[in-house]
Write a protein that binds this ligand. Structure first.
Ligand SMILES: *Cc1c(COP(=O)(O)O)cnc(C)c1O
Length: 416
């Protein structure tokens, strides 16, 4: 028995997606830029995919650029907007709980003289709109906001944040909607933003393909140079099969709402109740405003990575919220920004459900996860029996009312 509860990391491409990609690889495999009949078939497949994605985002097909994934879409949005807006200002605003793609793109720009402000978050990983208002200046070029957090599932109060950002004219707003796209409708005109990043593999599409919505008229400097593909915004022969897979995955996800999210929420709540019934286990992220399939907790007196390994042996695939760098476990920048001290953050455990998660799987997980937590705690207690650990001090959490320039505990992992 193997149970996959790591859908926030990636998802298995669904059969309809594989079939759509297979058809393209079989029949529309040529270069879409070729003018012969083969090329025209590939062009038609690419156009179809673009129109489908555009319809599902309720935007124009010319506003959709295919990329090699969420990371590239985010890099194009942030670096492209920053460089194009450099004459107007050099300030970039984002949040302390972003994905590494956002944080490291910003850290890169800092080396070229851009000023980066990372807004703090509350206990639930939510950004205070007042903090955004206070940070905005005439020199702000871009505000980059995450819609749904990948580690703790929190949904940001996006409408209010965007409304605040819009009070400063000329500011571009980018939304990392990679974790939102599987669960929520992305009605882009209603969001009133300029740039939106999505990735296929988080919504049962293939890895290595994503899309960036670029509102018509938005000045953006290309970040990859070469041919004139994607209306000069992203050079390179297009991944036609990937685009077709993304289009199919996005469309099916949208068609299946609200049923799939509602079902996932019901199963997630059952698992949540079973896991939170274990003493010393605390939910991380917002209790209600969170992705329907997302459960994240911190387990006191246990190491997240040990829990993941022990659960893997029991056939349950999940992850620890914290990133592990070469053997040494660093506390997650997200939990750190939320105010969790390192000794609590190291007990992070993330169980994320998907469309294909079954009731039987959750029944098993409801029994096995608490058992494994108890067993791992026993083990770590045995190990530290003669070296009593210092009591974990709780760091008081407050939402600063002034504009912070704190980096939220985040250090770029791979400095260039
Ligand atoms: C996965 C993820 C990304 C990166 O997307 P890739 O396609 O894996 O490059 C960016 N942001 C969030 C919130 C994610 O979950």
């Amino acid at each position: 028995m193997s149970i996959y509860l790591d859908h926030a990391a990636t998802t298995r491409p669904r059969p309809e997606v594989v079939a759509a990609m297979d058809a393209v690889l079989d029949d529309a495999w040529a270069n879409p830029s070729s003018t012969h009949a083969f090329g025209r078939r590939a062009r038609a497949a690419l156009d179809d995919a673009r129109e489908s994605v555009a319809r599902d985002l309720r935007v124009d097909a010319r506003e959709v650029v295919f990329t090699s994934g969420g990371t590239e879409a985010i890099n194009l949005a942030i670096k492209g907007a920053a460089w194009a807006g450099k004459a107007r200002g050099h300030q970039l605003i984002s949040t302390a709980v972003e994905h590494e793609a956002v944080l490291n793109a910003l850290a890169h720009l800092e080396k070229f003289g851009f000023e980066v402000i990372l807004l703090p978050v509350d206990r639930y990983a939510r950004v205070d709109p007042d903090a955004l208002s206070a940070a905005l200046t005439e020199r702000t070029v871009l505000v980059s906001l995450q819609y749904v957090n990948n580690e703790v599932g929190t949904v940001q109060p996006l409408a209010e944040l965007v409304r605040r950002a819009r009070m400063q004219r000329h500011v571009l707003v980018h939304v990392d909607a990679v974790q939102a796209a599987p669960w929520m409708d992305l009605d882009v005109p209603a969001l009133d933003v300029d740039l939106v990043s999505i990735a296929a593999h988080k919504l049962e599409g293939p890895k290595g393909v994503g899309a960036l919505y670029i509102r018509r008229g938005t000045a953006l400097l290309a970040q990859q140079h070469g041919g004139s593909q994607e209306r000069h915004r992203r050079a390179g022969t297009e991944n036609v099969a990937g685009a077709a897979g993304l289009a199919r995955a996005l469309h099916l996800a949208r068609q299946e709402r609200p049923d799939v999210p509602e079902r996932a929420r019901g199963l997630r709540d059952r698992l949540r109740d079973a896991v939170l019934a274990v003493p010393g286990v605390e939910l991380t992220g917002h209790p209600r405003d969170r992705a329907p399939g997302h459960l994240s907790v911190v387990v006191r007196d246990a190491d997240g990575q040990s829990l993941v390994t022990a659960l893997d042996l029991e056939g349950i695939a999940c992850s620890s919220g914290s990133a592990c760098a070469a053997g040494s476990t660093e506390p997650s920048h997200v939990l750190t920004a939320m105010g969790y001290p390192p000794e609590e953050a190291r007990g992070a455990l993330r169980l994320t459900l998907g469309r294909s998660t079954t009731t039987e799987e959750i029944q098993i997980a409801c029994r096995v996860v608490p058992e494994v937590i108890a067993r791992v705690r026993e083990g770590s207690r045995a190990l530290v029996a003669d070296t009593p650990a210092a009591p974990a001090a709780r760091v008081p959490v407050s939402v600063p009312d002034s504009v912070p320039d704190a980096r939220g505990g985040y250090e770029p992992r791979d400095p260039e």
